[in-house]
Design a protein around this ligand. Structure first.
Ligand code: B1M
Length: 212
C-alpha cells in the first residue's frame, strides 16, 4: 500500500501534478511514512526519472519546470519536518547567477535538479557578487558553490568569484555552467567542475562528493 503511494508521488513529480501532490504527501505522512521515505522514495525517485528523461531528450525545459513545481509542492510539506528530525542532505549547494547577469532559467533548472536529488540548495538568485557567494558558502557550510552565466560579458565574473572563494578559504567544489561556458573556460579559471546541463551537473557533483 505504502509502496503504491510512494510510486504515485514519484509519478506526480514526473507528470507535474500539483493538486494530486497536495493530497498524496499529507496522506503519506498521516499513514505513518517518514518524511525521509517520502523524500527519497517518492520525490527524489520521481526527479531521477525526470533527470534521465531530460538527458535522453525525451523531456524538454517546460516539462522539467512543471516537475519542479510539483516537487516544490511536495517539499513544502516535508522540509520543516526533515530539518526538525536532523535529516542529513546529500550535500549543500550554494548557487546563483553571477554579478551583472540576470538570466535565471538555466540556474533554476540546475537548482531544481539538485533539490530533487536530496541536496540542500541555497539559491542566491541573480546578479550575485563574488563576496556574496563567499559569505553564503561560509554561512551555510556549502559543499559546493555553483555559478551560472549566460553572457560573454559576465563570464569573467566567474573567474573573479573563483578567486574570491579560494582566497576566502572556501575548500569545497566549484561548478560552473551556462550557454557560453565550456570545459576549457572552467579549467582556465580554476573551477573544479563544468556541466553542460542540469542533469549532468548533479551527476558530476555526486561523483565528486562520493555520494550515491
Ligand atoms: Co538574454 N541573452 N539578454 N535574456 N537571452 C541571451 C543569453 C543571448 C545569447 C541572446 C542572443 O543574442 N542570441 C545574448 C547573449 C549574447 C552573448 O553574450 N554572447 C543575450 C543578451 C545579449 C541579453 C541582454 C544583454 C539583451 C539586452 O538587454 N540588450 C540582456 C542582459 C540582461 C542581463 O543579464 N544583465 C538579456 C536579457 C534577457 C531577458 C531578461 C529578456 C531573458 C532572461 C529571462 C530569465 O532568465 N529570467 C533573456 C533570455 C530568455 C535569453 C535567451 C533567449 C534564453 C536563455 C535561456 O533561458 N535559455 C538567450 C538566447 C539563447 O540561449 N538561445 C539569451 C534556456 C536555459 C535553460 O538555458 O541558461 O543555457 P541555459 O541553461 C542550460 C545550460 O547552459 C546549463 O543547464 C541548462 C540546461 O539544463 N546550465 C548550467 C546553466 N547554468 C548552469 C550552471 C551549472 C551547470 C549547468 O552549474 C552550476
Amino acid at each position: 500500500m505504502s509502496e503504491q503511494l510512494l510510486n504515485e508521488i514519484a509519478e506526480c513529480v514526473v507528470t507535474g501534478k500539483n493538486k494530486r501532490m497536495e493530497e498524496l504527501v499529507p496522506k503519506a505522512l498521516q499513514d505513518g511514512l517518514t518524511p525521509e521515505t517520502v523524500l527519497m522514495q517518492g520525490l527524489v525517485k520521481g526527479m531521477e526519472v525526470v533527470s534521465n528523461k531530460f538527458k535522453g531528450e525525451e523531456f524538454y525545459i517546460p516539462q522539467v519546470l512543471l516537475s519542479e513545481r510539483a516537487l516544490n509542492v511536495g517539499l513544502k510539506f516535508i522540509s520543516e519536518k526533515l530539518a526538525q528530525r536532523g535529516f542529513k542532505p546529500r550535500g549543500t549547494l550554494v548557487i546563483g547567477t553571477v554579478k551583472e547577469d540576470l538570466h535565471d532559467i538555466g540556474k533554476n533548472l540546475v537548482a531544481a535538479m539538485f533539490r530533487g536529488q536530496g541536496f540542500n540548495v541555497v539559491d542566491m538568485t541573480v546578479d550575485v557578487k563574488p563576496e556574496q557567494f563567499l559569505q553564503a558558502a561560509k554561512e551555510h557550510k556549502a559543499d559546493v558553490v555553483g555559478m551560472s552565466a549566460l553572457l560573454t560579458t559576465t563570464m569573467d565574473n566567474m573567474r573573479t568569484t573563483v578567486n574570491v572563494l579560494k582566497q576566502g578559504g572556501f575548500l569545497g567544489r566549484i561548478i560552473v555552467g551556462g550557454a557560453p561556458v565550456t570545459q576549457g573556460f572552467a579549467d582556465q579559471i580554476g573551477a573544479d567542475l563544468f556541466a553542460e546541463d542540469a542533469a549532468t551537473a548533479v551527476d558530476k557533483v555526486k561523483a565528486a562528493l562520493g555520494v550515491a
